[in-house]
Each structure stands twice: as C-alpha cells, then as structure tokens.
Design a protein around this ligand. Structure first.
Ligand code: 13P
Ligand code: SF4
Length: 310
C-alpha cells in the first residue's frame, strides 16, 4: 500500500504525504521513533493484525498494556479497551485511530441505571467484565473479561451474592455452568453476537455435517446449546488449534478467522450466518472503523488520544 493512497481522515490536518513510501514501513518507522506499540484485538481486519506488535483478546491486551514501557500505545480496538489500557498504563499516551469505535454492549449498561440496580441489590458483589465504560468500572468490585469470568466466579464462596454485568448471555451461561442461583444479571447484550441465527447455523450444518459449531458466550442460549464448544475469543482460537476436526462453524466476530487460518491453514472455517443475511453483522461495525490509514495518521499526529476524563 502506498502512502500516496492515504486519505487523511476527518479531523486531521490535510497535509500532503511524501510520495512512494510504503505505509507499513512508515508505521514501523514511526513506532521506532516514538517508542510506540500497536495492540490489536482479534476482531480487527487481517492487515491490521499483521502490523500489530501484539494481537489478543481483551484479557491479553489489558495484560500487555499493564506491562509495557512504551511511550505510546496505539490501540486498534474499541474505545473501552483503549480506556482500560489507559487505566492500566497511566504513564503511556494511549491513542485510538477512531473515537467513534464504541461498543453496543458497553452502551447497554448506562451508569445512572446501573447505579440504581446496584442500590436495589445491597450485599451483592459487583462483577463486571471489561466491556464497560470507565464509569461502570468505578462501581465494580471485580473487573474480569469473558476469558476469566467463569474462573473468577467459581473461586467465590457459594453464599456470596453477585451482580454480573453487562452481558445477559454470558451471565446466564455462567449461571448455568456454576448453578449459582443468587447471581443477578444486568440485561445488556452485544448486537453482533445476538444476531447469529440458529436456523441458518443448522442449515449450514446440513451442508457441512462434520463441521463443529463453536461460539462465544455472548451468543444467545440456543446457539450455545447446539455448540460443540463455547468460549471467549482466545479459547475458541485455542480450541481450533488443539481439536482434531477439520471444519468449524464459528459464531463470533469474523476477524478471529484470520488468526485461525494463520494457525491451521489446512482447516476450513465458516462464519456463522446472522439472522439477516444482508446485514453483514457478523462483523462488528465499531471494530471495523479502524483502518491501516487511520493508524498511520494517528501515530503521526498523536491523536485522537484517550484520556480518562472523556
Ligand atoms: P474477548 O473478551 O473474548 O476479547 O471479547 C471481546 C468482545 O468484544 C466480545 O464481543
Ligand atoms: Fe462490543 Fe460486540 Fe463489538 Fe465486541 S463485538 S466490541 S461486544 S459491539
């Protein structure tokens, strides 16, 4: 890709960029010059995953942010993830290539209503996972991710009353596995994971009878129940690596297929179809706001920056 092709994004100075330089090379140069690293979520497009210093799920990305001594963290993911990186790495400048990269799940848990919910359930420990705003995190006793939520809840005494937020599907999955009747669940959801169609997955399964169905716990219960494996993005990736099947129907955001294909190129991966086959909603429109060109501009001009007062 040539730097010539870079469209300077809205909000940036419309500056002519030097001719004939490769944008990936330019990004690498800027990273070195500025002591910057790029952290990318598995839901980013393949070209972004390939230029990142580290690709991972929300847990691994938070851990990376906490341990880095980079002056700049460029976060190729959504806003709550960059905000979490800022909480964990307060001395680094945290940049996100598009401030509109929000999250329907984080938005489904507004602070005022959540505070009221907490007040209605005194004596409950508040466990929320990372797909929340910084304000919700300030009301949280334990912050987990979809990867370690089950483990954390299993480690708590049985008599401990729990509020779990923000995702109702992940919450009821945990409730079903642990049998914890005293867990109340916030009624939030992710618009991508809620859109997978049970009927269409079963149709696809007729065409590929040997394919295993694997799903994220943010999918609705019927999808979880017909799945051969349910797990977070990192767990799904690990499953396709260690399992000996050769075909998978994957019910999570389609970006994860890039790493699956890199890991085991000889296997077949089919994206689970959404309810509306024309909507393309197994792609997270927020995650997909990030582009390589925006990464270049963001690194060059060091904006937009994520600060905790936003
Ligand atoms: P992970 O916690 O598996 O990275 O998922 C993040 C996310 O956005 C789920 O939709
Ligand atoms: Fe949020 Fe869903 Fe997108 Fe994940 S896939 S970032 S939960 S909207």
């Amino acid at each position: 890709m040539s730097v010539n092709n870079i469209s300077v994004e809205k909000g940036f100075v419309n500056k002519k960029i030097e001719a004939e330089k490769d944008v990936v090379e330019e990004i690498n140069k800027l990273k070195k010059e500025k002591n910057a690293i790029i952290l990318a979520h598995y839901y980013q497009t393949g070209d972004i995953q390939d230029i990142a210093d580290f690709v991972g799920d929300s847990l691994a990305l938070s851990q990376k942010a906490a341990e880095t001594d980079a002056s700049i963290i460029l976060f190729a993911g959504v806003h709550f993830m960059a905000e979490t990186a800022k909480i964990l790495a307060p001395n680094s400048k945290v940049l996100i290539p598009d401030l509109n990269a929000g999250c329907s799940l984080a938005d489904s848990c507004p602070p005022k209503e959540f505070k009221k919910f907490i007040d209605e359930h005194p004596d409950h420990l508040v466990i929320s996972y990372v797909n929340t705003t910084a304000e919700i995190k300030t009301m949280t006793d334990i912050c987990c991710t979809s990867t370690n939520a089950l483990k954390i809840i299993e480690s708590l005494p049985k008599e401990q009353k729990i509020i779990f937020a923000p995702d109702r599907n992940l919450g009821s999955y945990i409730k079903r596995i642990t049998g914890r009747e005293d867990m109340v669940i916030w009624n939030g959801a992710c618009h991508v994971h809620e859109e997978f169609s049970l009927e269409s997955i079963l149709e696809l399964k007729k065409e590929y009878p040997k394919a295993k169905v694997i799903s994220h716990p943010e999918c609705q219960k019927p999808i979880q129940l017909i799945s051969d494996f349910v797990g977070s993005t990192a767990a799904l990736l690990n499953y396709t690596k260690t399992d000996n099947s050769s075909e998978y129907i994957v019910a999570t955001e389609s970006g994860i297929l890039h790493q699956m294909k890199k890991q085991n190129p000889e296997k077949t991966y089919l994206v689970a179809p959404p309810k509306d086959s024309t909507c393309g909603c197994n792609d997270c429109n927020f995650m997909k706001l990030i582009t390589v060109n925006k990464i270049y501009n963001t690194l060059k001009y060091e904006m937009p920056e994520v600060t905790l007062s936003q």
